[in-house]
Every structure is written in structure tokens, then in C-alpha cells.
Design a protein around this ligand. Structure first.
Ligand code: UN1
Length: 514
């Protein structure tokens, strides 16, 4: 294994340092790259629109080889002890530390998020590895008291099987790690279907992960199949070997995957769209709120599932907050994501720009008023202005997730009204309130408060730590990934009862004597 990587800076150096060629195979199974012959994918630099490299995508036959290899790897890996699997994941974390700079730069280069966020994403992978190492010694089951004399009852958790991992372009490496680090210590193997918009990140991660497996003589549990819905997505969802399909992406993708997995009574873990709101109360620390809104709404160019898309302002501070927001938006430095002064990079592709413009047209037609921004930038790449739109409570567009930096502004009078407005969207991922009042904060967190999987006080909606369970309710899909007890989704529970007596008492007092 390499000891360290010097900071690569040119595109060529970044790709080279991670082993990416001009033309690459797009599938990895049983420890080897497959000779894939599917449609070629050209990865573009969203900051210039120029091609970075090509990937020959996986066909349905390539997927089949990945799935068969994952099944075989699983059968060997499940026999390793969980702490031994944890040791491999510990080394994966170390290897990611060594490549943090290069991989973080690749994330920025291919996805377009700014360097600090690209590096943060690799840090999120490292954190996940650290967490999973600890988990590998804490995959606890419970012991129960049996109602039958001289019986012992307990539950234990076993490896589940191969896991299909579908990830989106916006977190091209961290979401794999949420799943892969936990699945690996749980004893599962995987086939990863990354976004076709960020195939190079997936190649780089798979190379790094495979080196760690090889150094440990471990089975090739980290499979990769880069391909489209037809060749990889559909067969993966329908494949009974994939005991769990963990999918992150749009609501429409999640509905399609969820239905197919449910039809075979498989398990799915869905982390889908968000439409996250922040409530700012009259008594809030407005400086804090402003900084938090800026990062949550403009960060990652509005392309996080946790991005703040709706800002609910109490009447007393609304005018002041809007004024300050416009000034702050005006000062956002837009440009090359690898330039350390940049705060907002490009959108991922031309289609994302068109989708944003279409959403703004709809918003205006529905009565919205653009307070700031709204345009695309006349320069190469897929750059737009961060945008503020004054909205009314009844604009249907504000119920949609548009993956772009559009922030809809609403006003309200009472907390009850704000909570009702906040919850009146189909999605339920992340939420926040800014207040100095304990009562308002607690009411927001109570059962009749925010209906989201994540609810914060005096913190924005994005940038969650990995130690908590991550996911949301309603159309967000209900899945939970990363920390807390999310590992249970990757294992199967077995309830065991042992009779160490000489009688055979039956539960519920049933007698069945001959
Ligand atoms: C996503 O956008 O799909 O909480 C994940 C956050 C990040 C993860 C976002 N830790 O914003």
C-alpha cells in the first residue's frame, strides 16, 4: 500500500494519482476489472464542461458476474469474525486518510462541490470507517427471560447477504461509505451502482478498497457495476441475491426500486428527496441564523438532500433577515470549486441548470417574486446564481425538490402556523428552528412538531454528523443509514431458545400430552 500521496493539483495529476486512465472498465468483480462493453459514459468537469475520462459501462451480463461474485464473497466473508472484519475496515479508513487529498480533489473535480466540501466528504468516509470499527465489537443482541423453566432465550445478529448500493452524484463517495463500512463489518458483500455522473469517484474508491482487501487476504466484498437503470439498476432491484437494496436518490427512483424489491419481499433502505425548512423565530440569534442558512442553502450549490429549500421567517424579523440574506447572497464567490476562495461551484450538468431555470419559471408563474439571482452565468461550465424567491404558502412548486440553490422565503405569525406550513410538504428529511426560547425549541422537537427524520435547534438542516441515524419520513423513504443502530438493516436477526432441562414445557401453557 502506498504510504502517502503528495497534493496533486492539475486534473491529470489528480486522475493519475488515483489510477484513472482516459478509458476505464466500469465493473469490478471477484477482485478483477471486467472487460465491460456497455455504452460509454463520459465524465465531465462541471466547472468547464470538458471531458475528464471515459468509462465503459456494465451490461446486464456484467452485473450478473458482479452479483454472482458478491454471493461467493459473502459466503466466505460471513465466516470471518466481526472484529476481524472491523480490522479490515480500520485499514480502509487509514488508506482513505492517505488518499484524502487526492480523493477530495477528485470529488470536487467531478461533482463540482468546493474543495473544503470535497475533503469533508472523504473525512465523512473516514469517520464512517472509525465508527464501523467500533460497531464490529458491538453488534449486540438482547437476552430475554424465558417463560419456560430451564430455557434460555436470546437474539443474535448474523450477516445478511449481498447488498445492492445505489448512490447519487451529490455525495459520490460518502454515501457508499455509510453503507459499505457498516455492511462490511456486518459481514455482507456488496455491488455498488454509483451515479453515472460521477463514475471516476467510484473507480477510485473501489481501487483503494480492493487494495485493502488484498493486503488482508479478504474476499472481494466491494463490487462495482457502473451502468444505467436498464443494465444494472433494474436487475439489481429484482435480484433475490441482493438481500438488501440501499438506495439514495430521487423520490421517483426510490419508488421504482422500492416496488421491485417489495415484489420479491426483499429489504430496501431508501434515503430519498428532502424539502428541508428552517424556522427563524423573532427571538433568534439572527447572525447565527444567517450563517447557517447560507451554508445550508448555498453550500454544495443546493445539491444536498439536506439543503435548506424553505426559509420560514417570523413577521418581526422577516424584513431584516431578507435584507441581510440578499447582501450575503451577493457576496457569495462563485467559481472553480478547486480554488480555495470559492464558496459555490457549478451545478453538476447542463440538465441541472435547465431544471433550475424551469423551476424558477414555474415559481414566477405561481406568484413567486425573485428577490436575488435567478440567472445562469455566461461562462463555460454549469454555473448559476444562488437564488432567493419570496413565496406564498400555496405555491405548488415549493412542494417539489429542485436540486439547485433556490431558497423559498415565507412569513408566519405563530409557531403553530409555522409548524403546520413546515410539515405541509410530501418529504420529511431534515428541519431546523432558530430560537432562544426553550419552549419554542422543545415544541419543534416534540411529537406534534417537525415531522422529519432530523430536527435541529440553532443549526442548519445540512451537514449531519455520521454518529446519528440519517434519513427521513414520508416520501424521503423511511430508511436510516450511518450511525446509531442503523447497522441492524444490514444484518438478520435470529431469536434462539435453548432448553437445558429434561422436560418439554410448551409456551402459552399449551399441553399436548399423548
Ligand atoms: C445527501 O445529500 O445525500 O447531512 C447526504 C449532510 C451530509 C450528508 C448529505 N452529511 O448534509
Amino acid at each position: 500500500m502506498s504510504q502517502t500521496t503528495a497534493a496533486p493539483s492539475t486534473v491529470h495529476e489528480i486522475l493519475d494519482s488515483l489510477g484513472i486512465a482516459a478509458d476505464n472498465p466500469g465493473a469490478f468483480a471477484a477482485g478483477a476489472w471486467l472487460d465491460t462493453r456497455g455504452p460509454a459514459i463520459t465524465s465531465l468537469d462541471p466547472a468547464t464542461g470538458e471531458p475528464l475520462a471515459r468509462v465503459r459501462s456494465a451490461t446486464a451480463e456484467d452485473y450478473e458476474r458482479c452479483a454472482a461474485a458478491a454471493q461467493e464473497a459473502f459466503e466466505a466473508w460471513r465466516e470471518w469474525t466481526a472484529p476481524a472484519r472491523g480490522e479490515v475496515v480500520r485499514q480502509l479508513g487509514d488508506e482513505l486518510r492517505r488518499h484524502k487529498d487526492a480523493l477530495g480533489r477528485l470529488v470536487s473535480l467531478e461533482m463540482g462541490k468546493i474543495l473544503s466540501e470535497g475533503l469533508g466528504e472523504v473525512q465523512e468516509m473516514i469517520d464512517m470507517c472509525d465508527l464501523a470499527v467500533g460497531m464490529s465489537r458491538q453488534l449486540y443482541g438482547l437476552a430475554m427471560h424465558s417463560e419456560r423453566p430451564r430455557h434460555r432465550m436470546y437474539e443474535q445478529w448474523h450477516p445478511l447477504g449481498p447488498v445492492g448500493i445505489i448512490t447519487a452524484f451529490n455525495f459520490p463517495v460518502a454515501v457508499w461509505a455509510w453503507n459499505a463500512a457498516v455492511a462490511a463489518v456486518a459481514g455482507d458483500s456488496m455491488v455498488w451502482k454509483p451515479s453515472e455522473k460521477t463514475p471516476l469517484c467510484a473507480l477510485a474508491v473501489t481501487r483503494i478498497a480492493q487494495r485493502v482487501l488484498e493486503a488482508n487476504g479478504a474476499p472481494a466484498v466491494f463490487g462495482l457495476a457502473i451502468g444505467n437503470r436498464e443494465h444494472v439498476g433494474k436487475p439489481m432491484a429484482a435480484d433475490p441475491r441482493m438481500r438488501l437494496v440501499s438506495a439514495t436518490g430521487s423520490v421517483s427512483m426510490g419508488k421504482a426500486v422500492g416496488k421491485v424489491v417489495a415484489d420479491r419481499l426483499g429489504r430496501s433502505l431508501l434515503e430519498l428527496g428532502g424539502n428541508n425548512g428552517i424556522l427563524v423565530m423573532d427571538d433568534a440569534d439572527l447572525d447565527l441564523a444567517l450563517r447557517a442558512v447560507l451554508f445550508a442553502a448555498v453550500g454544495t450549490a443546493g445539491q444536498r438532500c439536506t439543503t435548506t429549500r424553505r426559509l420560514l421567517l417570523q413577521k418581526g424579523i422577516a424584513a431584516r433577515m431578507k435584507e441581510q440574506l440578499v447582501a450575503a447572497y451577493r457576496s457569495v464567490r462563485i467559481g472553480d470549486p478547486l480554488d480555495e476562495r470559492t464558496l459555490m461551484g457549478p451545478l453538476v450538468d447542463a440538465r441541472a441548470v435547465d431544471d433550475m431555470m424551469a423551476a424558477l419559471e414555474r415559481a414566477k408563474a405561481e406568484g413567486g417574486k425573485v428577490l436575488y439571482g435567478g440567472g445562469r452565468l455566461e461562462r463555460p461550465g454549469f454555473f448559476v446564481e444562488p437564488t432567493l424567491v419570496e413565496a406564498t404558502h400555496h405555491m405548488p412548486i415549493t412542494c417539489d425538490e429542485t436540486f439547485a440553490p433556490i431558497l423559498y422565503l415565507f412569513e408566519f405569525e405563530t409557531l403553530d402556523e409555522a409548524i403546520a406550513l413546515h410539515n405541509a410538504v410530501p418529504q420529511g428529511l431534515s428541519s431546523a428552528i432558530f430560537t432562544r426560547d426553550l419552549r419554542s425549541a422543545e415544541r419543534f422537537l416534540a411529537a406534534a412538531g417537525s415531522d422529519c427524520g432530523i430536527a435541529n435547534v440553532n443549526i442548519g438542516t445540512s451537514g449531519a454528523e455520521i454518529g446519528g441515524a440519517f434519513g427521513g419520513e414520508k416520501e424521503t423513504g423511511g430508511g436510516r443509514e450511518a450511525g446509531s443502530d442503523s447497522w441492524k438493516a444490514y444484518m438478520r436477526r435470529q431469536t434462539c431458545t435453548i432448553n437445558y432441562g429434561e422436560e418439554l414445557p410448551l409456551a402459552q401453557g399449551v399441553s399436548f400430552d399423548v
